[in-house]
Ligand binder design. Structure first.
Ligand code: PMP
Length: 352
């Protein structure tokens, strides 16, 4: 370990998001979309002139922000864009959560939140999920915190609260930022974006990585009051004033314009998810209801770590978290119907 690193960096371990498949592996471990992006994206890639790259991109990202505002039913002044929602989240931690009081979060949630806290020396306090493994919004609201963050629908549990529940939280918490991470909202959740006009402390983040099939492009966004958008912009400008690059911008716009493709792939993932959940239940798994593009499943008689290894040996990658609360569970991304059939086939063999 280098003594040249600051104390916060010494504690970090490099994040490896999930194994990359070697060959012909079925990759159900990082919640990517199994379908290609909208055909318009392919067209942008074919026709994009390299000469555009000679110039700096638009420092306001206006065209992409306007396309997002239209798609999300909000105003361009409410929209901020960045290189993946991970970057947008990092900026939000720096801009809003360096407070005297800890940041409140659920104790099963996206694993990056505690990492950002360590990186930016932000104290955090976590709150257990309720009996049905839903984010306990009342506990978060009741705590003495310097901000609140949670994913809705939550990851990796898959449950999403409705907009009314989020609004009830916002009624109670108005003087600190409430960040709702909607990375998975398009697979059956209810977005809190319509609340941003009414609650200037609400920040909603989203991504092109899941429902827009663009994880490789690194495009994410936040929606909030102009005050919060300015807070993010101040932090962003301090190290790279260009929100996203010119090609990413053109690709993002093409993806947003194709509503039919978006809805068709969204529906395909949801239908496959429901079918897979039923099949897993038939094999004896407990499967949590999901409003995302993954399911969390646990078998009463099988060791999840062994199942994970057995699946991997047979060419199917899923996610196993070796933490106290999640040790018995597998997180399985919803792939194509064929991929899920292979998963079920291997699991029936392993559970025999
Ligand atoms: N939030 C949650 C809850 C996630 O699961 C992920 C993806 N791992 C992200 C944010 C980040 O997504 P991206 O950076 O690809 O936009």
């Amino acid at each position: 370990m280098s003594q040249l690193w600051s104390p916060a960096v010494r504690e970090l371990t490099p994040y490896i998001p999930g194994e990359q498949p070697r060959e012909r592996l079925i990759k159900l471990n990082t919640n990517e979309n199994p379908y290609p992006p909208a055909p318009g994206v392919e067209k942008v890639l074919r026709e994009f002139s390299a000469d555009h790259l000679r110039r700096y991109p638009d420092p306001t990202s206006n065209a992409l922000r306007a396309a997002l505002a239209k798609a999300l039913g909000t105003d361009v002044a409410h929209v901020f864009v960045g290189n993946g929602s991970d970057e947008v989240l990092a900026l939000a931690f720096q801009a809003f959560f360096r407070q005297d009081k800890p940041l409140a979060m659920p104790d099963i949630s996206y694993s990056f939140y505690p990492v950002y806290c360590r990186m930016y020396a932000i104290e955090s306090q976590s709150f257990p999920l309720d009996d049905e493994w839903r984010v306990d919004l009342d506990a978060l609201a009741a705590s003495d915190n310097g901000g609140i963050i949670f994913a809705n629908p939550n990851a990796p549990t898959g449950h999403g609260h409705g907009r009314a529940a989020i609004e009830a939280l916002l009624q109670k918490v108005q003087d600190r930022v409430v960040l709702v991470d909607e990375a998975y909202v398009d697979f059956g959740g209810e977005s809190a974006v319509p609340l941003v006009d009414k609650y200037p402390n609400l920040l909603v983040t989203g991504t092109f990585s899941k429902s827009r099939s663009l994880a490789g492009m690194r495009l994410g966004y936040a929606v909030g009051s102009p005050e919060l958008v300015e807070g993010l912009t101040r932090v962003k400008d301090s190290f790279n004033s260009y929100p996203v690059d010119a090609l990413a911008s053109a690709i993002g716009i093409a993806a947003l314009e194709d509503v039919d493709h978006f809805e068709a792939t969204q529906q395909a993932v949801i239908t496959t998810r429901e079918r897979t959940s039923q099949q897993l239940s038939k094999l004896g798994f407990k499967v949590l209801p999901s409003q995302t593009n993954f399911v969390l499943a646990s078998h009463p008689e099988q060791d999840a770590a062994q199942l994970f290894l057995g699946l991997r040996e047979r060419g199917v990658l899923v996610r196993h978290f070796n933490t106290a609360t999640l040790r018995d569970w597998l997180r399985i991304t919803i792939g194509t119907d064929d991929e899920m059939d292979s998963l079920i086939e291997v699991l029936s063999e392993l559970c025999r």
